[in-house]
Ligand binder design. Structure first.
Ligand code: MEV
Length: 440
């Protein structure tokens, strides 16, 4: 062991030996590190086994706060939304925005479409027109030969909606693609889609070898890869809020509703015009979206990468949300692709994700799309409202104060005094240190 920083057979070591090697090789206080890592193990060995099963080479758990944002009125129903996020003020902001809109009609959502996408990328050198000519037959055969995979999904109302042949030979010699479209009901559908695609690639290869419509030199297909696309622009939900301006009320710093609405609309417009602002603006949306995705056991990386591609679909990265004032009515909305599941994957395996689903009334995938989109919009509303009124730091640093106090090892009594002292003052790291030194 000692100083050597490489190892073979690490994955085969028992957890304790993995930890020992890590602690002794990379830390100056190995005993302390081992104690700390062990302290985060789940108290129940069965539960720990489940968590370990989600990944590989696990040596501990990484705790993240599990918060809830109450008072979300979405399509007339009330929700308490579970959120997993490590950034202070996000849950508070979502809760505040939910409460604001609860008395103004709440969030209204519309599931625009629920289509998933998969691709088989392949190379084939031959007469492209011939391939296109026999494609209807190929498609029939692809659907037929994947029946054993699709029967169950079809019983639930889903399945394969279409398969297209796309020609990329202008970009790369011999490059084609099967692009397939799926409905995956309440599952995110990655396994279903990928299984179908791998079946398509095998069937395609076979068909081409056997086809009497193709010449000998046209009988070889090189399957490059078969994989779902995380870009699902047609798995789309719209969440919106609407309110006559004179019912918006007053805003922080005494700002009247008309000034607020105008500034808000302009702020959103800026995020449509400028990618630098759009990135931060959308990050605020994903503060909410990712937090609910995590809490419900969904793949937030897939959701984010899709959203960012969607935000760039006209060639420039833009805000995912829109705002307008028309005939005295303020309207703010978000169109966001969300490929999520409420069955399969981690949704029922993760003990807390399972509880999140229960908390939300065991929603369908479509309902969860609505809840996540509404949370993203709430987050975006709260952030832009702060930005155009008080500025973000006032609220943010107030929420961050406890983190600073914890870092400075403030006692309960010192924390209480600091919270009272900073109630009407600007919080800063240096300011808190000076305050604590003063009272210590
Ligand atoms: C911080 O996590 C998110 C914000 O920067 C979003 C925004 O600027 O709209 C506050």
């Amino acid at each position: 062991m000692g100083d050597q920083k490489t190892i073979s057979g690490f994955s085969k070591l028992r957890k304790r030996d993995k930890i020992k090697w890590i602690a002794k090789t990379f830390f100056t206080d190995p005993e302390q590190v081992m104690t700390e890592l062990a302290s985060h193990w789940h108290g129940d060995a069965e539960q720990q086994k489940i968590l370990d099963g989600f990944s590989e080479n696990t040596i501990s758990n990484f705790p993240m706060p599990y918060g809830v944002a109450p008072n979300f009125m979405i399509d007339g129903e009330m929700y308490v939304v579970p959120m997993v996020i490590e950034e202070s003020s996000v849950v508070a902001a979502a809760s505040a925005a939910a409460k604001f809109w609860m008395t103004r009609g709440g969030f209204v959502t519309d599931i625009i479409s629920t289509e998933k996408v998969g691709q088989v990328h392949f190379k084939w050198t031959g007469n492209g027109d011939k391939l296109k000519g026999i494609f209807p037959k190929i498609k029939e055969m692809l659907l037929e030969e994947s029946k054993d995979l699709t029967t169950n999904m079809e019983k639930r109302g889903g399945g394969i909606s279409d398969i297209e042949l796309l020609d990329f030979t202008a970009e790369e010699e011999g490059l084609y693609q099967l692009r397939a479209y799926f409905q995956t009901c309440d599952s995110m559908g990655a396994n279903f889609v990928n299984s179908c695609l791998e079946r398509f690639s095998a069937s395609l290869k076979n068909y081409v070898i056997k086809s009497d419509k193709l010449d000998e030199h046209e009988k070889d297909v090189l399957i490059v890869m078969s994989i779902l696309s995380n870009y699902t622009p047609d798995c789309l939900v719209r969440a919106s809020v609407t309110c006559p301006i004179d019912k918006l009320g007053m805003f922080a710093g005494g700002m009247d509703a008309h000034t607020f609405a105008e500034k808000f609309v302009l702020a959103v417009k800026i995020a449509r015009i400028d990618p630098y602002r759009a990135t931060t603006h959308n990050k605020g949306i994903y503060n909410g979206v990712d937090a609910v995705a995590l809490a419900t056991g969904n793949d937030f990386r897939a959701i984010e990468s899709c959203g960012h591609t969607y935000a760039s679909r006209d060639g420039q990265y833009r805000s995912l949300s829109h705002a307008e004032v028309k005939e005295g009515v303020f309207r703010f909305w978000l169109d966001i692709p969300l490929a999520v599941g409420t069955v399969g994957g981690l949704t029922t395996l993760h003990p807390i994700a399972k509880r999140s689903h229960e908390l939300l009334g065991n929603p369908s995938a479509e309902k969860l799309m609505s809840i996540i989109a509404a949370t993203g919009l709430a987050q975006n509303f709260a952030a832009v409202r702060s930005l155009v009124t008080t500025g973000i730091q006032q609220g943010h640093m107030k929420m961050h104060l406890q983190n600073i106090l914890n870092q400075m090892k403030a006692t309960d009594d010192e924390s209480k005094k600091a919270i009272a002292y900073f109630d009407k003052r600007v919080v800063s790291f240096a300011g808190v240190r000076t305050f604590l030194e003063g009272i210590r």
